[in-house]
Design a protein around this ligand. Structure first.
Ligand code: ADP
Ligand code: MG
Length: 543
């Protein structure tokens, strides 16, 4: 064996460690969840390798996680017989922040300018969370590759770590943590047991604490609905979505034919996609007979359903398929299609049965439905039925669907009218609404940037055209005009004067109309392909 080699942590890691070590974060116990989840990931990866590789070091080992506590030495040890790490893996995985969770944490720290504590739980700092409680950490590890040796990685979390060769290490990873003075309670069996029961109950592999198995939950998504309690569903959500909140709602769907599909999908308690942090990854994991095939399959559900969390399991999937070839599988498309339709139907059900819940859903996730209705033809009929808007018929805050709009409209009304603007106040005080109001025609109000694209891409609903109420080619019945009209020659003179004064680049035509009621004049949009706000967007992009 050689002498221990000293390495500096990458600068970003130092930053993370500094925050983690000095934080007053109260839920320090999450480090156990992080380590057990890493152990389970490593076992999962090994299970996959067993399907494709001929030689695996120490192949006879049971796929399990063993935790031991020692309240005399003040240590806690987490051991798995997973894939293990090579020396290079150690440097890459435990010396840099190559993985996204910790990066998101650092970004959030930068953005928030100080509120670091609360962010630890929100974003997760993975392995590094161990340094909230550890005085020293030793990682003994041996990779699954047949060649190579064992290694020992050691650090107190303050800037550097050492790596040295180690004798007699079994395949997998054993992490020995010497606890800090104020974290000694994690060396107590009962304390660790209650943490494991909370966070790790559904882990697929046996988790033993001091020789006793602590997890014996079934794969809940395969169980009969009648066997699962409300709390059971909620607990599984917290585990699966790595969430601390309660789900807003869930759908448990099971079918045998024509495809075997078991799906348990959750709507989170709040939108996890925060502005400024980019798009979140898909949150519905793909399993085949309980075996995890892909934790974030990109081609299973449409991208606009990326806020949904949960599990899909199909016994029809070929088990020994690689994650890459999985992506193109037609079968995967078929399964995704069945589940997506079901899920959208489920949302329709909520809208019908529980208006308050649907309102909450719409407030948080309506933007994703709009994204779907704008970009995805396949489910347009269903997504457009789920859309909600404020309307000139109701007070602020009350929403309507397109279907209800049509129910209220007069038989002869051929179009659905909407107005786009920054706020309700702006739309109500503008000149466009009055013509519709005077004729008792309802106008939908749109305030979000995506609405423009939504309405122009959607084009129609139930064969009624969606029409911006500021376009110039709308035909409305005449209203009775009160007071005296200007003589025709003066009208012509006024129109000519306006046209020359404003110039050709600003107006195409100036004409008399019978649309307005109180306002003397309004700018109408002459370009059916491009609305006023779209022009504004194009101009800001320099086109
Ligand atoms: P994440 O799990 O989100 O990738 P972590 O900080 O928890 O981030 O872990 C960093 C990396 O270290 C993992 O991606 C994995 O490659 C490696 N790692 C951590 N624990 C283990 C383990 N028990 N066995 C093998 N590799 C591990
Ligand atoms: Mg992890």
């Amino acid at each position: 064996t050689t002498a221990p080699e000293k390495h500096e942590f990458q600068a970003e890691v130092k930053q993370v460690l500094d925050i983690v070590i000095h934080s007053l974060y109260t839920d320090k116990e999450i480090f156990i969840r992080e380590l057990v989840s890493n152990a389970s990931d490593a076992l999962e990866k090994l299970r996959h390798l067993q399907l494709t590789e001929k030689t695996i070091h120490d192949d006879g080992l049971t796929l399990e996680v063993n935790l031991t506590t020692d309240d005399t030495a003040n240590t806690i040890t987490v051991q798995d017989f997973g894939i293990g790490m090579t020396r290079d893996d150690l440097v890459e995985n435990l010396g840099t922040i190559a993985h996204s969770g910790t990066k998101a944490f650092l970004n959030a720290v930068k953005e928030s300018g100080g509120a670091n504590e609360s962010l630890i739980g929100q974003f997760g700092v993975g392995f590094y969370s161990v340094f909230m409680c550890a005085e020293e950490v030793k990682v003994y590890t041996r990779s699954w590759h047949s060649e190579g040796t064992g290694w020992c990685w050691t650090s107190d979390g303050s800037g550097s770590y050492t790596i040295e060769e180690a004798e007699g290490v079994r395949r997998g990873t054993k992490i020995v943590i010497t606890l800090k003075e104020d974290a000694k309670d994690f060396a107590a069996d009962h304390r660790v047991k209650s943490i494991l029961e909370r966070y790790s109950a559904y882990i697929e592999f046996p988790i033993n604490l001091n020789g006793e198995k602590v997890n014996n939950q079934q794969a809940i998504w395969l169980q009969d609905k009648s066997e699962i309690t409300e709390d059971g569903y909620k607990e599984f959500y917290k585990y699966q979505a790595k969430a601390y909140d309660e789900p807003l709602d869930w759908m448990h769907f099971q079918a045998d034919a024509p495809l075997d599909i078991h799906a348990l999908l959750y709507i989170p308690g709040a939108n996890p996609e925060m502005p400024g942090f980019g798009r979140i990854e898909p949150g519905v994991a793909l399993h085949c007979r309980k075996i995890l095939i892909d934790p974030e399959p990109k081609k299973l559900l449409p991208d606009w359903l990326r806020f949904v969390k949960g599990v899909v399991d199909s016994a029809d999937l070929p088990l020994n398929i690689s994650r890459e070839s999985m992506q193109d599988s037609a079968l995967l498309n078929k399964i995704g299609n069945v589940i997506t339709k079901r899920f959208l139907k489920h949302l329709e059900g909520i809208a019908k049965k529980d208006a308050d819940k649907y309102q909450k859903f719409w407030d948080d996730f309506g933007i994703f439905i709009k994204e779907g209705a704008t970009s995805d033809y396949t489910y347009r009929e269903q997504t457009s039925s789920l859309l909600r808007f404020e309307s000139s018929m109701f007070e602020a805050g009350k929403l309507t669907s397109l279907a209800d709009y049509l129910d209220r409209a007069k038989e002869e009304q051929k179009e659905i009218y909407y107005l786009i603007g920054p706020s309700r106040k702006a739309l109500e005080s503008g000149p466009y609404l009055e013509a519709f109001k005077a004729r008792g025609i309802e106008v939908l109000f749109c305030y979000e940037p995506i609405d423009e694209f939504l309405m122009t891409n959607l084009r129609e609903f139930k064969e009624k055209k969606l029409t911006a109420a500021d376009s110039n080619d709308i035909e409305l019945e005449d209203t009775a005009v009160e007071g005296e009209a200007l003589p025709e020659d003066q009208v012509t003179a006024l129109c000519d004067w306006l046209k020359t004064t404003l110039g050709e680049t600003r107006v195409k035509t100036v004409a008399v109309g019978k649309r307005l009621v109180d306002s003397p004049i309004a700018a109408m949009n002459a370009d059916a392909m491009m609305s006023a706000s779209m022009r504004k967007i194009m101009r800001s992009m320099g086109r």
